[in-house]
Design a protein around this ligand. Structure first.
Ligand code: ADP
Ligand code: MG
Length: 325
């Protein structure tokens, strides 16, 4: 007997959670959730389409992980703590093995960050996964893309560019066993993005603006600039270029990946100079955050290399542009 919609929900998506604030979860017409006083709810949603956001044939566990990770990253960029998620799943067939893998990838990450899956929808269709997420943040400490001021320091977490490099290696289609350590690391960074959930929450009182890097550092910094009404100057020699990138690509390609590669889900944020020491203190032990430039008066991005004005070729992904724009 093929699995019906009800069986799928019951077998794969009805795990309870330890969260005491879930009054009613999966199984009713809606979830009932307890929101503490003096707290703001932050809502975000992201959709993954097979062949657009991940290559066709990607294992279910990676898709389950990614569907939640990209949403956790949005919540992190708002300075909030993720709490509850909903999941809309369109699948071409009730493939038990795939569903089992998908649910494992999703729940492993959910449990790591204390997120409860509280509802969703399950339908037949081309493979499309939408996750909605709700996060909690104290009423005064949420972040947005607006709020950066001229002279604020610009930081990025971790190693941007690795995921795009990893996707490129995957698309070359070589055998897994033939990959070098650097290549395996890059591929894993694409397949298993690590949202900076902990970092986002400590930025609340310190950062002036934040955005997560989904479409590329330069493109996303441009969005932060536009929302904040100022410009940014990037010091190219300060960009973090990971060991794996350096091991696999020449320096100019590495810089391209760091500036233009998408899918990293690192946090890009601005901090008033007076908060720089506090930032260092609160982020000790977390993923390294590197200062890569400063906000300036004006609009858009400018670049310097060792103090001299520099030009760079940029690309970033736009779903509605013909191809890479
Ligand atoms: P309704 O008829 O009210 O739309 P459904 O039959 O679609 O309800 O779903 C039954 C219950 O299962 C609801 O609580 C819904 O939120 C939940 N649900 C459905 N699909 C999923 C899913 N993929 N993940 C989590 N919960 C789900
Ligand atoms: Mg329904």
């Amino acid at each position: 007997m093929p699995l019906g919609e009800f069986d799928i929900i019951e077998r794969f998506f009805s795990r309870g959670s330890r969260r005491a604030d879930v009054i009613l979860g999966v199984g009713d017409d809606g979830a009932v959730l307890d929101v503490p006083a003096q707290t703001r709810l932050v809502a975000a949603m992201d959709t993954l389409v097979e062949g657009v956001h991940f290559p066709s044939g990607t294992a279910g566990s990676y898709i389950g992980h990614r569907a939640l990770a990209v949403n956790l990253s949005d919540i992190a960029a708002m300075g909030a703590a993720p709490a509850w998620a909903t999941l809309s799943l369109a699948i071409p067939a009730a493939d038990e093995v795939w569903l089992e893998q998908f649910a494992r990838g999703f729940y492993e990450l959910a449990e790591l960050h204390g997120v409860a899956l509280v509802g969703g929808d399950t339908v037949r269709g081309p493979l499309v996964v939408t996750v909605g997420i709700l996060g909690l943040v104290s009423e005064s400490s949420w972040l947005s893309r607006a709020g950066a001021r001229s002279d604020d320091l610009i930081y990025v977490s971790g190693s941007p560019g690795e995921a795009a490099a990893g996707l490129g290696i995957l698309q070359e289609g070589g055998r897994r066993a033939d990959r070098t350590d650097a290549e395996s690391r890059l591929v894993e960074r694409f397949l298993l993005p690590e949202p900076r959930v902990e970092l986002g929450q400590v930025l609340g009182g310190l950062a002036s603006a934040a955005i997560d890097v989904s479409d590329g550092l330069a493109v996303d910094l441009g969005r932060l600039c536009a929302a904040s009404g100022c410009g940014a100057c990037i010091e190219l020699e300060s960009l973090p270029v990971s060991r794996a990138l350096r091991a696999r690509f020449p320096a100019d390609r590495c810089e391209q990946f760091v500036l233009s590669g998408g899918d990293d889900y690192e946090l890009l944020f601005t901090v008033p100079p007076a908060n720089a020491d506090d930032l260092k203190a609160v982020t000790r032990g977390m993923t390294e955050c590197r200062q890569i430039g400063r906000m300036v008066d004006g609009t858009g991005l400018t670049f310097t290399r060792h103090g001299r004005p520099a030009r760079v070729e940029l690309s970033g992904f736009d779903h509605f542009a013909a191809r890479e724009s």
